[in-house]
Design a protein around this ligand. Structure first.
Ligand SMILES: Cc1cc2nc3c(=O)[nH]c(=O)nc-3n(C[C@H](O)[C@H](O)[C@H](O)COP(=O)(O)OP(=O)(O)OC[C@H]3O[C@@H](n4cnc5c(N)ncnc54)[C@H](O)[C@@H]3O)c2cc1C
Length: 385
């Protein structure tokens, strides 16, 4: 019996098929050589899965948070780097769609729905670190254009995505807020890329620093109104990002457990003839890990459903389910590696990859520390920021 809600099983099957056929065979090389997964994106486009959140009238699948958590979980079981790249594309596409103009629909949303455009988020800056809703990047009006000047760090899909959602200071002080969001195309004059990504884990995600040297973009690339960035961050980026990441870390945990169970079932000692699967302690451990993974998955599906139905508890549940998924991935990947013994540790193989990938969970912002703070503040009726 699958833990996935019945309505979402056909969608899960579509992602699982791409994960099995396209992602799984390439995952070791993507990890080893830190390759951005171009062929995997092509396979997702061929399967009609790039417009997950795009409206049906534009050719998309019109799925919400529940579809996203199921999608990234299925992909991450095969290749977490690809799942992260795809998840960030989905978050970015939901941001563009939230207050899209007709021009945004034609230039961005329709191509996304057709699988011909990849987008991503460029929010993080070294000065503000994990407080990713803050920005020093400047936005200045110049006739029909904006001039964007600053530097972004850790841009997943960096250099490969066609468009980047860039957070900036607002171009002029206004009552709405201090920060704005603009779309910057990869081809915009003034955009360049710094060192290639060489991460400990999630090595295929091309999370690079982006220089915006007085980059020029049309004024029509503003998302929403000036000062809307914090609205976008908490109303769109946060829910979509949290559920995308919860799916990824639950997928990593599930993959690590599946791999460990296969190892245990195939291991027999020659001196005693005993199968490792017959050891009481191993049986106890496998059951505990299985329960932990199931709990994290069910929590994520529940939080996504609350988010899709605008339940008052949705934000608290989404914050907490991402922490739960991340903690679960780190614990399960570590214990699954132990279950595989030296065979799991050698060659920097699949179990080592799961462990390295899982360790991004508490690091990537909003970090687990910040998520717990925010959830606690919500529960206590204290302002979140
Ligand atoms: C694999 C990966 C992919 C990423 N992809 C993207 C992307 O696509 N787009 C994007 O914009 N960004 C992305 N990021 C950036 C990321 O989200 C953060 O901005 C970045 O990791 C912050 O790093 P830092 O070293 O500056 O952390 P710091 O801010 O220096 O934090 C260091 C530690 O201090 C803790 N901390 C900070 N403030 C507090 C506080 N008030 N209370 C308690 N603890 C606190 C943090 O939790 C963290 O553990 C990515 C990061 C990674 C690792």
């Amino acid at each position: 019996m699958s833990a996935v809600p019945a309505r979402l099983r056909p969608l899960q099957d579509r992602f699982a098929a791409v994960a099995h056929d396209a992602l799984a065979p390439r995952a070791p090389q993507i990890d080893q050589d830190a390759l951005w997964p171009a062929e995997n994106f092509a396979a997702l486009a061929d399967a009609g899965l790039m417009g997950l959140h795009m409206p049906k009238r534009l050719g998309g699948l019109e799925e919400g948070l529940s579809g996203l958590v199921v999608a990234t979980e299925a992909l991450a079981q095969a290749c977490a780097s690809t799942a992260l790249c795809y998840g960030m594309h989905c978050v970015a596409s939901a941001v563009i769609a939230a207050k899209a103009t007709r021009e945004h629909e034609e230039r961005y949303l329709e191509p996304i729905a057709r699988g011909r455009h990849i987008s991503t988020l460029a929010l993080s800056e070294s000065g503000h670190g994990s407080h990713v809703y803050l920005a020093d990047t400047e936005l200045r009006r110049d006739g029909a254009d904006f001039i964007v000047h600053g530097e972004k760090q850790f841009v997943t899909n960096g250099g490969h995505a066609d468009s980047y959602i860039v957070s900036t200071k607002a171009s002029e002080s206004n009552e709405q807020g201090e920060f704005s969001c603009v779309l910057v195309d990869r081809t915009s004059p003034g955009v360049s890329w710094l060192d290639p990504w060489r991460g400990m884990g999630l090595r295929g995600n091309s999370s690079r620093s982006m220089r915006l040297d007085r980059a020029r973009v049309p004024r029509s690339n503003l998302l929403g109104n000036e000062g809307d960035e914090v609205w976008y961050f908490f109303h769109v980026v946060t829910p979509y990002f949290l559920l995308a990441m919860a799916g990824i870390y639950n997928g990593i945990a599930q993959a690590a457990l599946t791999h460990a169970i296969a190892h245990v079932r195939g291991r027999t000692f020659s001196h005693s003839g005993q199968a490792l699967s017959r050891a009481d302690l191993v049986q106890d451990k496998v059951a505990a890990l299985w329960a932990r993974v199931q709990q994290a998955r069910l929590f994520a599906y529940h939080a996504a459903e609350l988010g899709d139905t605008n339940d008052p508890e949705a934000l608290t549940a989404m914050l907490a389910c991402k922490v739960s998924a991340g903690d679960t991935a780190v614990q399960v990947a570590g214990e699954a590696l132990s279950l595989c013994g030296g065979m799991g540790y050698r060659d920097n193989g699949a179990q080592a990859r799961f462990l390295r990938d899982a360790h991004a969970a508490p690091i990537m912002s909003p970090t687990s520390a910040l998520l717990r703070l925010w959830a606690g503040r919500l529960l206590l009726g204290v302002p979140v920021i």
